[in-house]
Design a protein around this ligand. Sequence first.
Ligand code: 2AM
Length: 184
Amino acid sequence: MLADQTLHWPGGDCRLFVGVALNPAQQQQMAAVLATLPAGLKPVPAENLHLTLRFLGQSSETQARALWAQLRATSLPVFSVRLEQLLCWPGPKVLCLAGEITDPALRDLDASISQAAASAGYPLSQHPLHPHLTLARGAKQFPQSPVTVPALQVQPTELHLYQSVSTPAGVRYPILASLPLVMA
Ligand code: 2AM
């Protein structure tokens, strides 16, 4: 499927982030894993699984379009990352499957996104990129009971601009625009 490079703006200011999705087989695999997480954790809905590459926060349409135009004009490399470490981050209280950046293409992509974000006027990122897949929220500490999560080799083909929308039924992440990641 060809990425829809058009940016569909929903109106007003929006909370945004740039990220990638799992492929459908991985999403299904992780949906089964989410269903086995210990009680007390709040698994994320499988359709919300994503890797955040850059959190942008509240954004105007003008700023988002400037960012996306710059990314559209950039060659965005396809990358691979292995997520294999189960971590509990007590600050945001999330359980996540994390990995290290070993593929230079991911460093290049991160640099391109940071450059585009800076020139569109977004503030500098507070943390260096640490690839991770948030599996559950409400994780004050590492679960007492054993959690088995398979390692995941993620190699996305598209970069997405996501909106984060809070609704009474929970948070949703509609995709506002996508760009293809290309072989170097
Ligand atoms: P994460 O679960 O991949 O860390 C939408 O709000 C998404 O942006 C969240 O699911 C979270 O992604 C990320 N996010 C939210 N607030 C953030 C912040 N202050 N800094 C970095 N990432 C944030």
